[in-house]
Ligand binder design. Structure first.
Ligand code: NDP
Ligand code: MG
Length: 380
C-alpha cells in the first residue's frame, strides 16, 4: 500500500490525484488539505476516509470539524494544519497540488519528515529551489515532477546519464492568444484568458499559460529539478500539446514523450516513483492528428517568458519577486481590477525596483513576497 497526503485536494490536480487513487487499489489517501472549500473536503472525507484534513481558513476548519464529527477524521486549521498534514506520520508521499507560494513551508516540512514529494506546486521550486533541492538530498527524499513538461523530461531521462544531456526542449501550447500581437491583447476579458486550447486547469495557471508566465516558471522549475544551466533550456511552441517535452543528448539523439493531454498520467507516474501502471483514457491517433507543428515563442508579445528568463538570470530573490508580482497581478486581473497587459507592467515594475538578495532564506523569501503584495495593493 502506498499512502499519500494531498495538499490542495479540491483543485484541478488534487481531484485528478483522487481519481488516480480511485483506480488503483494499492493507493490510500491518509490526508487531504484545501484552502476553504469544505463542502468538497467533506465529500472527500466520506469517500476516502483520510485520518487528517487541513483547511487553510481557520473558521472554515471549525465548521468542517462540526460537519464531520461522526467520522474518524481529525480536522486541523491554518498554516499549522497544513504543516501537520505535510509531516503526518502515516504518509509516504506528499502531493503538493496547492497553488502559489503558500506551498513552500509545507513542502519543506514534508521533506524534513522524510516524505517523497510529488510536486505540482511549481512556485515552490521557482522561489526556493536553492533550498529545496539540497534539502531533498540531505533528507534522502525524491522530488517527483507532476507538471507535464517535467514529467516528460523525467520519462525521457529514465536510464540516461546526466552528463549526456545536451539540452532540454520544453514544449508550450502558446496559450489561447497565440498569433495575436500586443494591440490585440489590450481589451482581453477574463473569460477569454480562461479558455485554454488544450488543458483544463485551475484559474491561476490558466492565466499564466495565456501570458506565457507559466512557461517561464517551468523553465526555472526545470533548471532546479534537472540541474541544468539556463542556456541548456529551450522553449518550443507545439500548439497541439501532444509532445509534452523532449531531451536532446550529446550524440544528437532527441527523446520526446507524447500522449493526449491528460494530467492524470504525470500524476500517476510521479506517485509510482517513475514506474508505469495501466491508465484508461484516449490514446494518441497520429493519422487523426495529421500533423504536429513547431514554432518559436513570440517573446515580444508574451513578455511573461522573457521576464522570467531575466529573473532567472538575476537569480537569488528575483524569481520570488517575479512570482509574487505575478501572483498578485493575476489575482487582480481575475477580480477585473486591472487589464491583461497590466500583468506584465506589474511584474516588470516590481523587478526593476528590487535589489537582489543572493541565497535568500525561507523567511526572506516570504518577507519579500509580502512586501511585493503590499506595494502592488497600494498602487493598483
Ligand atoms: P487549483 O486552483 O485548481 O487548486 C488549488 C488548490 O489549492 C485547491 O485545493 C485550493 O483549495 C488550494 N488552496 C488555495 N489556497 C490555499 C490555502 N491558502 N491553503 C490551503 N490550500 C489552498 O489549482 P491547480 O490544481 O490548477 O494547480 C495547483 C498547482 O499545480 C499550481 O502550482 C499549478 O501551477 C500546478 N500545476 C497545475 C497543473 C494543472 O493542470 N492544473 C499542471 C501543472 C502544474 P480551495 O479549493 O479550498 O480553494
Ligand atoms: Mg506544465
Amino acid at each position: 500500500m502506498i499512502k499519500i497526503a494531498i495538499l490542495g485536494s479540491t483543485g484541478s490536480i488534487g481531484t485528478q490525484t483522487l481519481d488516480i487513487v480511485r483506480k488503483n487499489k494499492d493507493l490510500e489517501v491518509v490526508g487531504i488539505a484545501a484552502g476553504s472549500n469544505i463542502a468538497m473536503l467533506e465529500e472527500q472525507i466520506r469517500e476516502f476516509h483520510p485520518r487528517l484534513a487541513a483547511v487553510g481558513d481557520e473558521e472554515k476548519a471549525a465548521e468542517l470539524r462540526v460537519r464531520v464529527k461522526d467520522t474518524d477524521c481529525k480536522v486541523a486549521g491554518g498554516m499549522d494544519g497544513l504543516l501537520e498534514l505535510a509531516a503526518m506520520k502515516e504518509s509516504q508521499i506528499l502531493v503538493t497540488a496547492i497553488v502559489g507560494m503558500i506551498g513552500i513551508r509545507p513542502t519543506i516540512e514534508g521533506m524534513k519528515a522524510g516524505k517523497d514529494i510529488a510536486l505540482a506546486n511549481k512556485e515552490t521550486l521557482v522561489t526556493a529551489g536553492h533550498i529545496i533541492m539540497p534539502l531533498a538530498k540531505e533528507y534522502g527524499v525524491r522530488i517527483l515532477p507532476v507538471d507535464s513538461e517535467h514529467s516528460a523530461i523525467f520519462q525521457a531521462l529514465n536510464g540516461e546519464e546526466h552528463k549526456t544531456i545536451d539540452k532540454l526542449l520544453i514544449t508550450a501550447s502558446g496559450g489561447p492568444f497565440r498569433g495575436k500581437k500586443t494591440k490585440d491583447l489590450e481589451h482581453i476579458q477574463v473569460e477569454d484568458a480562461l479558455k485554454h486550447p488544450n488543458w483544463a486547469m485551475g484559474q491561476k495557471i490558466t492565466i499564466d499559460s495565456a501570458t506565457l508566465v507559466n512557461k517561464g516558471l517551468e523553465v526555472m522549475e526545470a533548471k532546479w529539478l534537472f540541474g541544468m544551466d539556463l542556456n541548456q533550456i529551450q522553449v518550443v511552441v507545439q500548439p497541439q500539446s501532444v509532445i509534452h517535452s523532449m531531451v536532446q543528448f550529446t550524440d544528437g539523439s532527441i527523446i520526446a514523450q507524447l500522449g493526449t493531454p491528460d494530467m492524470r498520467l504525470p500524476i500517476q507516474y510521479a506517485i509510482y516513483g517513475g514506474t508505469r501502471r495501466y491508465l484508461d483514457g484516449e490514446r494518441l491517433d497520429f493519422a487523426k492528428l495529421g500533423s504536429i507543428t513547431f514554432e518559436n515563442p513570440d517573446m515580444e508579445t508574451f513578455r511573461g517568458l522573457p521576464l522570467a528568463m531575466e529573473a532567472a538570470r538575476a537569480g537569488g530573490s528575483m524569481p520570488t519577486v517575479f512570482n509574487a508580482a505575478n501572483e498578485k497581478a493575476v489575482a487582480l486581473f481575475l477580480q477585473r481590477k486591472i487589464r491583461f497587459l497590466d500583468i506584465y507592467t506589474i511584474i516588470e515594475d516590481a523587478m526593476e525596483r528590487h535589489e537582489v538578495v543572493s541565497n535568500p532564506t525561507v523567511e526572506e523569501i516570504l518577507k519579500i513576497e509580502q512586501e511585493i503584495y503590499k506595494r502592488i495593493e497600494s498602487r493598483w
